[in-house]
Design a protein around this ligand. Sequence first.
Ligand SMILES: [Zn+2]
Length: 611
Amino acid sequence: MSTTPLIGPYDGASVRLWEAEPGRLAVEDRGTGSRGAGWVEPLGLVGSTAAVRLSTSAVASDGAVAELLTSVVDQVRAAGADRLVLETDDEDRERVLGGAAARTDALDVILVPPLRIANSLGRQVERFVPLVPGRVGMYSCGPTVYSYAHLGNLVAYVFADTLKRALQWRGFDVRHVINITDVGHLLADADQGEDKVEEASRREGRSVGEITGAYTRAYWDDLSSLHVRFPDEWPKASAYVAEMINFAAVLEQHGYAYRIPSGLYFDTARQDGYGELAGIDTSGQRETGRVEAVEGKRRSSDFALWRTFTDGRERLMHWESPWGVGAPGWHLECSVMSISLLGSHFDIHTGGVDHRELHHVNEIAQSEAYLEDGRRWVTYWVHNEFLNVKGAKMAKSEGGILRLADLVALGVHPLAYRYLLLSSHYGSQLEFTEKIAQSAHVALKRLALRLRAALGTAAGGEGLEEPVTLAEALDDASVLGSGLLRERLLALDAAMVDDLQTPTVTALVNEWSRDPDALPPAEWEVLVRAANTLTGLSLGVLAPADFVPPLPAEVDVAWVEDRLAEREAARASREWPMADRLRDELTAAGIRVEDTPEGSHWYYAGPATGS
Ligand SMILES: [Zn+2]
């Protein structure tokens, strides 16, 4: 993007534009005299394609909208653009298009919908508008590093990464923080009891540092395998205890907290809007929180800001504080680390839907009490649904959990798990079985190989994984002169910005991959690069060898593939005894074959035990 200003102040008969803050022009509607009736954010120029975001829904007259658009089109044209990607509110698209139509002889105007996301605050899908033009502050609740992450735990990070990818695709500069909880998270998310990390340290006979170090590295390995782009910061809770004590002291000074023998507690009665995020009715249902027998606690919804250790039991992690030796409350960590790294207010807070009812409610309560500025602390709260096993959330306490490494041992490519998650909307629960994961592996393999063929010699190139923005991709499409490519880029974009309809994105790419001749390889390159930006699936880069499961040296892959091909042929001609014989031969060699709806999947399971 060029840095020369695309659009400057404008003084017209019906509207006036002035630079209200860096990167954003405010609109005055002269008819109504309303200042700030809308806004214009010029994003810049890439090649000969300009990108502008605007909102005119509060501009009263169509004449004023038309004059505003004429000014925008003329200024963009004067800056050297041939085309304009114009993002605007759904409700004023018609008027904006009408306004721009007067000048479309001068410029190719491509109207695109805004990025919309389901906000748990208010339970509505809303247009995303950041606090600071062009910039996004985003915080995701991170793992408690006391054991390996299971597949269900990883859903939240693939989701946050997908949201980040959509924002970056739309040209936002995203600053992302994921915390590492290495202290303060108690068993059963409670205010009393043992710290999860300390319990793991005792159980495994390793120091707290060894435990948190090892499980943090394992978590990072999993995210890397899933192509989750790392955040800008990975704060560790134990490094922020001094800030947490200061934060809690401010809450106590301002009358939001009370002391009892077991620590400092937040007084939820002091918060008018307590529980709004969870949809808790504050008049009568404040008691919906977990009821714990804590002496002196006034309400069950009140929660520990600081836990003072009074039982004389030895703790591995403890700090001095005004409330005695102890440790911070779990909810406090996220408020303190996010405000420290993203500022008092930021745009997006993500997490699993389980956090919507308690952890995030308490983060909001203490943060808004701490800031006391009458503003919402965070604008958008976005929650992902669970991964289910046999109808219930995959959870350590329920058993039946699998790690990403377990899937890999079953011959499933880690990105097949990402593909599986993207095949479902983040706001829907996803039923997981090993067979579904194996199906996803076969489906991803087929898609990846079809796209390799479509790309021809361009396949495997590093450029295929370079992130791209919508404006860049549309500019590339215009250079190649293809209307079909543009149409497809806009279809991917429309699905992605509509509250992350990733199932539509994967379905579209699958559908297109079945007709490789529809686009020449150079255009496939632009399309696949856009798809990779949005999905992180390394399409066109994954090669047949990537889908071969981990095997001991003695297994001859070519021999296995030959037997499988013969078995496929036997099945196709309904020669069942022959197909069974081939399968037995493979089983004897330690190869397990699973037939999924997407096709056969094989992996090395070790020599048959003769059961
Ligand atoms: Zn959190």
